[in-house]
Structure formats: structure tokens, C-alpha cells
Ligand binder design. Structure first.
Ligand SMILES: [Zn+2]
Length: 431
């Protein structure tokens, strides 16, 4: 079996000492050695194929919340909105227009690879977009999004329909269920989807605590969102009929058993200390999407509190319909700035946000035994990023504070899935 060694001026992996002149050896799609370059080269033997890179070699980034399917809707994400209502109106103007969702999703998958991403939590609403992650060779989970069901309609043929939609997604990657949000599904449907996910042994991913609208909706069945839904014929949803449940979104989800270590949430903005404690207790990760929140005109998430209190966090770009790019480093930079503005002064900030964008994302997807860190036996999911400094500490600061939009090289499961022209020439020169 051919052993391929990637040697770089800096090697960074969450939880491991940073290396100057480090290397990773890959065989059969797995990491077989990682450490100082001289040791790895010796272990790899004289027949190894060796590639040397200027820059920082890291685990591939994990985008823990995205909709690659919406890559064709960048016009919405490049505009500024002054709240969830105006963003949703702009989104709904474009969404129903006929378009090729498969091509749109494939373009998004290519951008993800180009940004150094090797695994995604991808949400799919259209079967044509269902194979993009698979076809691009990305790891992660394709979540089938479920929304719009009233309890009455669900009881007719809901579960059968969703089972068939999920079964139509190609594997790998793994598949999962994404109950869209607490306001777009009736309470009994959300409860049944949690049971269905457990029955099928798949993970759940839910948009939660994203807007103040949603908060008023769940607490008291009031506000603009509630009125909009009533006007759209959803007045029979239990939350609207009963005037809410008097709690926030996190407690509501927990009350019918949706919060388990097999579920991860996106956004998590409108959460208090009790909510965060409940998320820790239930082992639920939150994928933070700060640039999407800013484009929509929402408040920033309590990043400093999540960090201080020790919640499991990950990083998501959301889609191009609410974000200017699919580069997780750009969201890491936004999280850095938010945490500092919220008073987080500890000097572990760079390391913790790097961990959130790699191992934290893998953990959110239940894949941390297999990806998210450079470890012997893990899948060879890695990327090389251009950095100016050869000193690991400075290189990490560069990545976190001014992350590059584009990787030099992206390797998924040992296969090169993206390389800049120069990098590509260097690789093919060996073959
Ligand atoms: Zn989203």
C-alpha cells in the first residue's frame, strides 16, 4: 500500500502540541503516523511519496451547519437585512422559482472543499440536491429537512413520507433528520420525529433559538412570526392554538425528548444560563453561525458564556443565502471578535475556536472518533492553509483572526479533493 507523507512548516491539531516542521503519513485513507517530520519520514520508509508544503497543516474543517443546496441564492446572502422577517421575505421571493438544485448543491460542495472543509452537516430540502455531498466525496451527514407538517396531516401519511425521502438520499455520507424549527412543525410532529430518528438510528439537527421572533412564538404564541403563520393557515399548530408553552425553545425541545447526544442545534442565540446548563447536561452541541446571524440582522450568540461555561460548540457557515462565503475560518474570525467584545480575555481563545471548527464539529456530528484531529487511525481528513509565520503560535493566531478563504490542499479520506494549481502541479509531479 502506498504511503503518502504530507510535510508542512507548521502542523496544528486540537489537543496536541503544535509542531514546527511536522508531517502526517497516510495509507489506505487513514492516518498512519503524525509527528515531527524526521520521525514520520523514518516510519514511512524509503518508498513513501513525499509532499512538502509551506503553510499550516491542520485537520480538515468541519462545517457543522450549512445548506449547500442554496449556493445559487447568494443574492440574498450578499444583501443586508434588518431582521428575520425581512430576510425570510427575501428568501421566499427566490426559493419557489424553478432552478436546478442539484447544480446549486454541487457548486456549494466544491466551494466547501476549496475552503479546506472535509465534513459537513448539510441540510437538504430537495431530492435533486441530495447527492451533492456524496458526489463531492465530502464526509459528514446529509440531513433531510422536514417542515410544514400539521399534526393532522402528519397523522395521515407523515412518517411514511419522511421515511421514503430519507431512504432516497445516497450514502455515504451518513443521513440524518432535520426537523426545521419549532415554529414550522407542529409539536406532535417534532416529538414523533425525535422518536423516528431514534428508531432509525440517525442523528437530528434543528435550527433553534435563532431569533427573538421564535422566542415570543414558543413562549406565548405571539409576535410577527406567530401572526405570519396564522395568516398562512398554520393556526392549528399547538403552540399557536394554545398560546405557547411559557418556556424558551431549549426547554420546549427538551420536554418532548428532542435533546439527546444524537442531536445538535444550529444558532443557539436566545439561550440563558439555564438553557446552556441543560444543553451541557444533555450532551447537545451548538453550531454557531455568526456571519449568518449578522447578515440576517440578529443579535450575536453568547459566545463568551458558551466558552466560559464549557458548552460543546461547533462552527457553521449556514448557506450562501445568509452568508457571504462558505469558509468556516471566516466564521471563526467572527466568533473571535464577538468573544473578545463580550469580555472573553483568556489566552486560550485561539485554541478553543480552532478546536470548535475541527474536533468540535466532528463531535457535533458524532464523528469525533474518526475525524476532526490528526490522530493515528483516524480518517485522513486534512487541509493545508497559507500562513505567513512559521511559528505555530503565530500561525494559529493568523488562522483564527484572519482566516484564509481558500486552502492550498484539501484531502478527504486520503484523497486529494481540492488543490490550488501550484499544489496540483507538485502532487502530480510525483505520480
Ligand atoms: Zn440554516
Amino acid at each position: 500500500m502506498t504511503v503518502v507523507v504530507h510535510r508542512a512548516s507548521v502542523v496544528l491539531s486540537p489537543g496536541s502540541p503544535a509542531l514546527t516542521d511536522g508531517a502526517v503519513a497516510v495509507a489506505g485513507g487513514r492516518i498512519v503516523a503524525v509527528g515531527p517530520a524526521d520521525e514520520v519520514l523514518t516510519a514511512a520508509g524509503p518508498d513513501a511519496e513525499i509532499h512538502e508544503w509551506d503553510g499550516a497543516l491542520t485537520p480538515g474543517l468541519v462545517n457543522a451547519h450549512t445548506h449547500l443546496q442554496y449556493s445559487d441564492m447568494a443574492a440574498v446572502g450578499l444583501a443586508a437585512h434588518d431582521g428575520f422577517e425581512s430576510w425570510m421575505s427575501a428568501f421566499m421571493e427566490l426559493y419557489p422559482l424553478p432552478r436546478d438544485w442539484g447544480t446549486s448543491a454541487a457548486a456549494g460542495a466544491a466551494l466547501a472543499l476549496r475552503s479546506g472543509t472535509t465534513a459537513v452537516a448539510e441540510i437538504v430540502t430537495d431530492a435533486a440536491a441530495g447527492s451533492a455531498v456524496h458526489d463531492a466525496g465530502l464526509h459528514g451527514i446529509a440531513f433531510w429537512e422536514v417542515l410544514g407538517w400539521t399534526e393532522r396531516a402528519w397523522n395521515v401519511d407523515g412518517e411514511r413520507t419522511v421515511r421514503a425521502q430519507l431512504a432516497a438520499l445516497p450514502t455515504p455520507p451518513a443521513t440524518g433528520l432535520s426537523p426545521h424549527a419549532i415554529y414550522s412543525l407542529d409539536t406532535a410532529v417534532l416529538r414523533d420525529l425525535s422518536v423516528l430518528a431514534r428508531t432509525l438510528g440517525v442523528r437530528q439537527h434543528i435550527h433553534a433559538a435563532e431569533s427573538a421572533w421564535e422566542d415570543a412564538y414558543v413562549r406565548s404564541g405571539t409576535g410577527d412570526l406567530a401572526e405570519r403563520w396564522r395568516a398562512n393557515g398554520r393556526g392549528e399548530f399547538a403552540l399557536l392554538r394554545d398560546g405557547g408553552v411559557g418556556t424558551g425553545v431549549i426547554r420546549y425541545l427538551d420536554d418532548f425528548g428532542a435533546l439527546t447526544p444524537s442531536t445538535h442545534l444550529a444558532h443557539g442565540i436566545y439561550v440563558d444560563a439555564d438553557d446552556r446548563a441543560l444543553l451541557r447536561e444533555r450532551g447537545v452541541s451548538v453550531a454557531l453561525c455568526p456571519r449568518s446571524n449578522a447578515v440576517i440582522g440578529l443579535d450575536p450568540a453568547p459566545v463568551a458564556a458558551y466558552l466560559r461555561e464549557g458548552n460543546a460548540i461547533a462552527v457553521g457557515t449556514d448557506s450562501l443565502s445568509s452568508s457571504p462565503s462558505l469558509s468556516p475560518w471566516h466564521d471563526v474570525t467572527a466568533l473571535h471578535d464577538i468573544a473578545r467584545a463580550q469580555g472573553y480575555a483568556d489566552d486560550d481563545l485561539h485554541a478553543r475556536l480552532f478546536a470548535a471548527a475541527t474536533l468540535g464539529g466532528a463531535h457535533a456530528l458524532g464523528m469525533d472518533a474518526d475525524t476532526g484531529a490528526l490522530r493515528v487511525g483516524a480518517r485522513a481528513d486534512l487541509a493545508v492553509f497559507p500562513v505567513a509565520s512559521d511559528a505555530p503560535r503565530d500561525a494559529l493566531a493568523e488562522l483564527v483572526e484572519a482566516g484564509p478563504a481558500e486552502a492550498t490542499l484539501t484531502v478527504v479520506g486520503g484523497r486529494v479533493r481540492w488543490a490550488t494549481t501550484t499544489a496540483h502541479e507538485r502532487i502530480t509531479a510525483h505520480v
